[in-house]
Design a protein around this ligand. Structure first.
Ligand SMILES: Cc1cc2nc3c(=O)[nH]c(=O)nc-3n(C[C@H](O)[C@H](O)[C@H](O)COP(=O)(O)OP(=O)(O)OC[C@H]3O[C@@H](n4cnc5c(N)ncnc54)[C@H](O)[C@@H]3O)c2cc1C
Length: 525
């Protein structure tokens, strides 16, 4: 099949909050092309329920938000990045409002601010319990008004066009036609989001396979702190496996929901005196322990003792979604399991989204700015995405590569290929997800991590061979990403011989001073 070439000023990979916000901040006369691998709203952003943390109330302060973030990060946050995020955030919330987003207001028409675990003040601005959907809708309608921004759906980027330490665009597959494209750009902005799909249970949609991490790692970028993966304690368990599990927001516990095991024991009393109001990582670890120890498939979360009208008003989306699975949360407990939720580590960037490679910027969940440290404070991720994609747009011109070099690039041939059975990809994908869940999950042990690493090294070799010798497909590209991310998380977890934040290792239960540092991994030549 022919290889098509496209030229643009700015190439954006992804269509979540980071990508769309970046696109809207580019000078209007520049040509912008957005590639996104499924439908435009298939993003983590679209599923965000809670909201965006920002200092908007008179009784709140920047120092308090900074302090809460640093506390959650367990000694590993980059303080300068946190301060930037907290101070620049409120102005960007106002921009969102100007672009037309409808955040929930209280009776006096001020913004209604929620308080979430780890925040000492009310500072979560939200649109009901479907904030992400509102953000995505608002940014998309602003994008539609831009004559110079084009979006190609069902286009998956699989390799950077990289030469001598600079990025000139990507190779991408048009999934609908099987056509391979080379997109050449002066600036490439990576906004591919997270990688929850590397685990068997996840709240992330199917697109979250860590492609951006794999692209950047394979091109020689530094990847940081991949051991810190946040698990959400409560997602809906269903008898048939779904690719994404519904999040049962922590606000449900905040409103008084009770966790119990299959025998009716309120098990949180054995783990923390705050019971269900303990922090996210403690509750996730408790659920994981009970499930593993007793061999249950799920535990129960029960809010049905509260007023049913209030439940429906406060959690309209959760109520509606659970009903689709024949569970009426106003009358019965919800079966729940913990699930992989947020990737704190990522592609290393400076405070303006610059990666190690000229021409390549990154922001959002794919990136590592250092704001989350060893544990993300709730609702700081949409804020981080907004702030650092805005900063990246502000310096993008100066980080551009020259388009005159495009003609001199050595581009690979399109592939002619042989191996066709997709069972190879589906089988290995299941093995990776299961191994990650069982050996590199919420509670870790060195011998399990070593077992996992041996397997991932083997899979990596096999998958690379498959990748080189197959007709390209979305499955093959994603499989290559998943094994790369699995390998990086496992290797980083083995390097951290301590327990800190989200990395809990039974063989190293204490937090050690000598490990108050980041874990960096780079591809060995
Ligand atoms: C259920 C849920 C609830 C959440 N709730 C909150 C919350 O309340 N508050 C908060 O702050 N955060 C929340 N988060 C986290 C937050 O939503 C994400 O961190 C944030 O939306 C990430 O935005 P992003 O722009 O970086 O990536 P995303 O929104 O995930 O977008 C990534 C995009 O990249 C595309 N893509 C990926 N790979 C490729 C490729 N190879 N080629 C082309 N396109 C590609 C995807 O298709 C997608 O369009 C939640 C996450 C989930 C899953």
């Amino acid at each position: 099949m022919e290889t098509r070439r496209i030229n643009t000023d700015y190439l954006i990979i992804g269509s979540g909050i980071s990508a769309l916000n970046f696109a809207l901040r580019i000078p209007r006369n520049k040509k912008v092309l957005i590639l996104t691998k499924k439908e435009r709203t298939d993003t983590n952003t679209n599923y965000a329920q809670g909201g965006v943390a920002a200092v908007l109330d008179k009784t709140d302060s920047f120092s308090s938000h900074v302090e809460d973030t640093l506390k959650a990060g367990a000694g590993l946050c980059v303080k300068e990045a946190v301060e930037i995020m907290v101070k620049e955030g409120p102005k960007l919330i106002k921009d969102l409002i100007e672009w037309g987003i409808e955040f929930t207001k209280n009776e006096t028409t001020d913004l209604e601010l929620w308080k979430e675990g780890g925040h000492s003040k009310r500072r979560i601005v939200h649109s009901g319990d479907f904030t992400g959907r509102e953000i995505e809708k608002t940014l998309m309608s602003a994008i539609k008004k831009h004559p110079n921004i084009r979006i190609f759906e069902h286009h998956i980027a699989y390799e950077f066009i990289e030469q001598d330490g600079a990025v000139y665009g990507v190779s991408a597959l048009d999934v609908s036609t099987g056509e391979i494209m080379r997109v050449l750009a002066k600036i490439t902005f990576l906004a591919t989001g997270g990688a929850g799909q590397v685990y068997q249970h996840t709240s992330n949609p199917s697109v979250a396979t860590g492609d951006g991490i794999a692209l950047a790692y394979n091109a020689g970028c530094k990847i940081a702190d991949m051991e810190f993966f946040q698990f959400h304690p409560t997602t809906l368990w269903t008898p048939t496996h779904t690719e994404r599990q519904l999040l049962i927001s922590e606000a449900v516990r905040g409103e008084g929901a009770i966790l119990s095991d299959g025998d009716g024991n309120r098990f949180m009393k054995d783990f923390d005196e705050r019971m269900e109001l303990a922090s996210r990582d403690i509750v996730a670890r408790a659920c994981d322990s009970v499930l593993k120890e007793k061999g249950y498939d799920y535990v129960f979360l029960d809010i049905s003792h509260k007023d049913s009208t209030l439940i429906k008003k406060t959690f309209p989306n959760i109520y509606k979604e659970c009903l689709k699975h024949s569970i009426d949360i106003t009358k019965e407990p919800i079966p729940v399991v913990p699930a992989a939720h947020y990737m704190c580590g990522g592609v290393y960037t400076d405070l303006y989204g610059r990666t190690d490679l000229r021409g390549l910027l990154a922001a959002g969940e794919v990136s590592f700015t250092g704001v989350h440290g060893a544990n993300r404070l709730a609702s700081n991720s949409l804020l981080e995405a907004l702030v650092f994609s805005t900063r990246a747009a502000s310096i993008a011109q100066d980080w551009a590569v020259s388009s005159s070099l495009h003609k001199k690039l050595k581009l690979k041939e399109g592939r002619k290929s042989i191996i066709g059975e997709s069972v190879l990809a589906t089988h290995t994908k299941k093995e990776i997800k299961q191994t990650m869940w069982d050996y590199v999950g919420i509670v870790r042990r060195d011998y399990l991590l070593n077992r996992a690493l041996r397997r991932f090294k083997l899979y990596k070799g096999e998958i690379e061979e498959l990748f080189e010798n197959s007709y390209l497909s979305r499955d093959i590209v994603e499989l290559r990403s998943l094994v790369t991310v699995a390998y990086l998380i496992t290797k980083s977890s083995l390097e951290r011989k301590e327990s800190r934040g989200l990395n809990y290792n039974k063989d190293h239960p204490k937090t050690e001073k000598e490990f108050k540092k980041h874990t960096f991994l780079k591809k060995e030549e």
